[in-house]
Design a protein around this ligand. Structure first.
Ligand code: NAG
Ligand code: NAG
Ligand code: NAG
Ligand code: NAG
Ligand code: NAG
Ligand code: NAG
Ligand code: NAG
Ligand code: NAG
Ligand code: NAG
Length: 862
């Protein structure tokens, strides 16, 4: 198949010509020739949330009918009003003409926000976009694409090889196949780019090098491995966006992430800095230090791609720990083929902190399983390195083609369609002025999250020889069997559970013997918790990876479909600060879910339930944990088009892994989600007393600010080391929220803080922290900060605490089984746990909770 394609294969590495070097030199400041157009913006343009100026587009228009409109609705997840809130709408073929240099490579970014513009409904919009004959999009529906990805808007990034023309003609053409079709665009960015590609890409499986300089490409993925999101303004002058790699990791063994010591400078030497910012090179993911563990697995990432296309995978490396060659050597596999054997980063760069990158080209064949790109690392035992480990700092994946980069529209899953319908209905029922974002529970939101992390749209395969044309999205096809999916992957899903390719891809299938082996045949001594779903066991897989295994109780109400939904949803909720689902088992009427094991248990047990004299966390550690948890919640709130509200934020739902990284647990399914908009709240109040938002009681309306309230209680808990509710105390002290606020206002907060912290918190840090926590507890949601503001303030509090308090060493004691009971991994647990405290007039437990209850309903004490 591969020889049918016009490959620009060069049998030897071409030397970089002087002209090419000159190009590199000149493009050091590419911003000089860049255009940022906000389509439909009025004279004067506007600034986006990063402060970048976008100019009107009209002077580049040449021919065609077009009109400028403002979007009728501003989606809460829009990252910025400019350029998304205005659009240019084309009812017939229209072009933009941009002057360019014929011999330069350009970056073209197109931004689409499918909202209703005047009387143009984006559902009717299908169009193609070409750039000097190169097809970028065809039969493109921004609306369907956004729906499938569950995103409000999409950005596409193309890299155009020199076009040998003085003009770039960008043509928008509405489809003839649909009545009333139109084209639109919200933003266009065009910038001269340095030649990022060269002629030394390895063609995997062909012992050859390839010249990628003359091919057009589309950026599909750009990840800061082991690190965090990098916004366009934080990039090294090329305004690229780098995302966290966590959602693409496969399986339970996700290695360890490390960050360069602040004293290590990233030394670019002769490599241009624009290749990637130093923030990419100063974080990495490696396999771990235990040889028995690293030899037993492949550190694997999986990406959904279009089959029948060629992909260039660029891997970024920088070793900031070691400085001798063959200390770490590893093999790199792409689609199960060896792309590189004996990769030795120090051997390549000859120095600590020196970055480098390698390009590998693979061709995704047509056929089953071809819609995935697998990247895997494994120690190279053959070269006998000193450590059996592997390291990676960044991943970029580009689709290459010289005629068309277009693919089919993804197909939204049934589940998303339903969620979308619900949302639409609730909007119609509601007054348009409402400022509440639509609240959709985990169902749609879960799927949304993965999508939010993707740079572009990936479509699944178009044609399998001998089958009907079939397109489906890589998002959950809930309950659907795919016609072409009888591949290796669905072959391994067992019993009645049919999962989408993505869930299968990200979520590992465990056989029952494997699960039994891991839990010593469900030995009672391994039980670490009991919930509505059944028992939770501690287990060990893959020669030493610890996991928590939730086993369905045969009498549980949770049936196959809930089980399936949970897998579909949770397998995509991957974030450094969320506890993730790593696999499942369904065999012989056994249903099990396998989660990350959190070695250090809950936050609560480390602030006041454990043996304090041994376990007291320092102020800095508490701040870091609070910041981590806030990041996890921020991701749930703003990760995508739908806001996911945790609804049960508390110190027992903030878990700590072996490195003391905070992970939020128990965000899961929220079946009542869509009804919330109509004012119906189930009689069982989900959430825990002491943490509940008073506004939730008054207005029966749940918003993300309810989580902020609960988080405020968590902050005071971390500061004061006492439970949110302590019925044994005097009335005014029962509720921590009230007691802390009273003291804060009286200026006596210092009196109630954890004695372990007394005298160790810098006053500025304490003030910042307490002010922030106080704002979270505001009676009205609108007065509470957003999770983002909160994060910012906590980071500030950490900075204000300049002197790190390293005096107290933590003992890494194993998790106390009794404590783990408090950890509920599943929404159902909460319902069970707090059924006795329900609002609907059912029985209340003892006097205390009655008193507490009335206090909560009429929070006069404030
Ligand atoms: C478009 O609309 C016209 C008139 O309403 C109708 O005759 C024609 O069949 C429609 N075409 C398509 C492709 O739906
Ligand atoms: C980015 O551009 C600025 C000004 O144009 C320049 O001073 C700086 O060196 C550039 N940085 C990189 C990494 O190219
Ligand atoms: C960072 O490097 C310095 C100098 O080598 C060393 O003293 C320090 O302990 C290192 N810090 C960490 C956190 O490893
Ligand atoms: C370019 O795209 C076309 C259409 O999708 C495809 O048939 C062709 O194989 C692609 N070429 C390469 C080099 O990937
Ligand atoms: C790679 O191998 C794994 C496990 O053997 C298999 O599930 C997967 O489909 C393969 N990937 C590709 C792209 O062939
Ligand atoms: C790692 O991946 C390679 C290539 O797919 C495969 O041959 C090997 O068996 C895998 N190793 C493990 C331990 O999974
Ligand atoms: C255009 O896209 C729609 C929606 O994905 C699809 O149903 C239709 O078949 C596509 N048309 C063509 C000609 O590909
Ligand atoms: C806490 O640890 C100390 C020292 O090891 C021990 O004497 C004490 O009994 C422990 N307290 C509890 C409640 O476990
Ligand atoms: C709820 O109340 C019943 C009896 O009223 C009791 O048996 C049960 O243990 C209580 N459940 C919880 C979670 O407190």
């Amino acid at each position: 198949m591969i020889h049918n394609i016009r490959l620009h294969v060069f049998l030897s590495v071409l030397c970089l010509s002087p002209a090419f070097n000159a190009l590199l030199a000149r493009s050091q400041s590419p911003s000089s020739s860049s255009l940022m157009l906000g389509c439909g913006l009025a004279d004067g343009g506007g600034k986006d949330s990063d402060g970048r100026q976008w100019n009107p587009d009209n002077k580049y228009l040449s021919g065609g009918d077009s009109n400028a409109f403002r979007a009728s609705y501003q989606d809460p997840s829009l990252s910025s009003e400019v350029p998304y809130m205005t659009a240019r709408v084309f009812t017939s073929e229209a072009t933009y003409k941009f002057p360019i240099s014929p011999d330069k490579r350009y970056w073209l970014r197109l931004h689409f926000y499918p909202s209703v513009y005047s009387n143009f409904d984006p559902a009717n919009s299908y169009f193609s976009v070409t750039a000097n004959g190169l097809t970028l999009l065809s039969n493109f529906s921004a609306s369907i694409t956004c729906q499938a990805l569950s995103q409000a808007y999409i950005d596409r990034e193309y890299s155009l090889a020199p076009l040998t023309s003085d003009f770039l003609t960008l043509t928008f053409k509405p489809s003839h196949e649909y009545n009333g079709s139109f084209a639109f665009v919200n933003g266009i960015q065009l910038m001269e780019m340095p030649n990022l590609f060269d002629s030394s890409a390895t063609l995997v499986g062909f012992n050859q090098l390839m010249d990628a300089t003359s091919l057009h490409s589309q950026a599909m993925f750009r990840l800061n491995v082991g690190g965090q999101y990098i916004s366009p303004t934080q990039d090294s002058n090329l305004s690229r966006t780098w995302y966290d790699d966590t959602p693409y990791l496969y399986g339970a063994s996700t290695g360890v992430t490390t960050e360069a010591n602040k004293t290590v400078q990233i030394n670019y030497q002769s490599m241009p800095q624009y290749i990637a910012p130093s923030t990419v090179y100063s974080t990495s993911r490696s396999m771990g230090s235990d040889k028995d563990v690293t030899l037993a697995y492949n550190l694997t990432w999986i990406f959904q791609v279009d089959p029948n296309s060629m992909y260039l995978t660029r891997l970024h490396f920088c070793d900031y720990t070691f400085d001798k060659s063959n200390e770490i050597a590893f093999n790199i596999y792409l689609n199960n083929q060896t792309a590189q054997s004996g990769a030795d980063v120090i051997g390549w760069t000859s120095g600590r902190g020196v970055p480098t990158y390698k390009d590998y080209v693979v061709y995704a064949q047509d056929g089953p399983g071809a819609d995935q790109l697998w990247l895997a690392l494994h120690p190279a035992t053959e070269t006998k390195p000193e450590y059996y480990d592997a390291i990676l700092n960044g991943i970029e994946i580009f689709k290459l083609n010289d005629t068309t980069l277009a693919g089919p529209n993804p197909q939204p899953s049934d589940m998303l369609m339903k969620a979308e319908e619900q949302q639409q209905k609730s909007f119609q029922n509601k007054d348009q002025q409402s400022t509440h974002p639509a609240i959709i529970g985990g169902a749609a939101g879960g799927a949304a999250l993965l999508a939010a992390l993707c740079i572009a749209v990936y479509q699944r395969q178009k044609r399998v020889p001998g089958s009907e044309p079939h397109t489906s999205s890589w998002l959950p096809l809930y309950g659907n069997t795919q016609s072409s999916g009888k591949s290796t992957l669905s072959g391994r899903s067992a019993g009645g559970v049919t999962l989408s390719a993505t869930a299968q891809g990200l979520c590992r299938y465990f056989s029952l013997p494997e699960i039994k082996h891991a839990t010593k045949n469900f030995d009672e001594s391994n039980v670490i918790g009991v919930g509505g779903f059944g028992k939770v066991y501690k287990g060990v897989i893959d020669n030493g990876i610890k996991v928590a295994i939730k086993r369905s109780n045969p009498e549980s109400e949770q049936g196959v479909s809930e089980f399936q939904t949970e897998i579909e949803m949770l397998s995509k909720l991957r974030h450094k600060h969320l506890v993730s689902l790593i696999g499942f088992c369904e065999e012989d009427n056994e249903m099990c879910l396998v989660y990350d094991y959190m070695a250090h248990g809950t936050l609560r047990e480390h602030i006041y339930k454990g043996n304090k004299s041994l376990n007291a966390l320092s102020w800095k550690q508490r701040l870091e944990i609070c910041i981590g948890a806030a990041r996890g919640l921020h991701y749930l709130h703003t990760g995508a088009r739908y806001t996911i509200i945790h609804r049960d934020v508390k110190t027992t739902n903030i878990l700590l892994d072996e490195n003391w990284v905070a992970k939020v647990s128990d965000f899961g399914l929220s079946k009542t989600g869509p009804n919330m908009n109509n004012g119906h709240v189930s009689t069982v109040v989900k959430g825990s007393f002491g943490y509940l938002d008073p506004e939730y009681f008054r207005r029966q309306q749940l918003t993300e600010k309810s989580d902020v309230y609960s988080f405020g209680v968590v902050l005071f808990e971390a500061l004061c080391a006492r439970p949110a509710l302590n019925p044994s105390l005097s009335k005014e002290q029962v509720s921590l929220a009230d007691w802390a606020l009273t003291n804060k206002r009286r200026g006596t907060l210092e009196d109630i803080i954890d004695p372990h912290l007394r005298g160790k918190i810098r006053p500025e840090s304490l003030r910042k922290f307490a002010d922030t926590a106080e704002k979270c507890l505001s009676d009205h949601g609108v007065h509470r900060p957003t999770m983002n503001d909160l994060l910012w303030n906590l980071e500030l509090a950490l900075q204000l605490q300049e002197n790190p308090d390293g005096s107290i060493k933590l003992s890494s004691s194993p998790m106390d089984d009794a404590e783990f009971e408090e950890i509920s991994l599943k929404g159902n647990d909460i319902a069970t746990h707090y059924k006795n405290l329900s609002l609907g007039g059912e029985q209340e437990t003892g006097d205390n909770s009655n008193a507490i209850f009335s206090q909560m309903v009429s929070p006069k004490g404030r």
